[in-house]
Design a protein around this ligand. Structure first.
Ligand SMILES: [Zn+2]
Length: 108
């Protein structure tokens, strides 16, 4: 998996990977199911529209909260499920994401 140097690109990669891990791990089927595809497209559109994506921490830490309530719940569920599993299946992505959060703490 390719890791871009741009935070916006990296966030996209992390979100896509987490949703895939969640979908497969929840037994939705062999490929990304319709619900998870919808969520992924939504998350991508939010990252795309975010004016801070290259200078802020991850969306989950963002103060702006641009996700609609329903989608926030869904992405939270994905994060809770996939967070711990990321270290297992995608350690490089997970560590890079952790590093991003440490280097650019909330509110800066
Ligand atoms: Zn799914």
């Amino acid at each position: 998996m390719e890791m871009s140097s741009r935070p916006r690109e990296r966030e996209r990669t992390v979100v896509a990977t987490m949703i895939r891990v969640y979908c497969r791990g929840s037994g939705h089927g062999g490929r990304l199911c319709d619900d998870c595809t919808e969520l992924l497209n939504y998350a991508r559109a939010r990252i795309e529209a975010c004016p801070f994506a290259d200078s802020k921490p991850f969306c989950s830490q963002c103060e702006i909260h641009c996700y609609e309530k329903d989608m926030r719940e869904r992405i939270r569920r994905v994060m809770r499920f996939s967070g711990p599993r990321m270290l297992l299946y995608h350690p490089l992505v997970a560590l890079r994401h952790l590093a991003d959060q440490l280097i650019r703490p909330r509110g800066e």
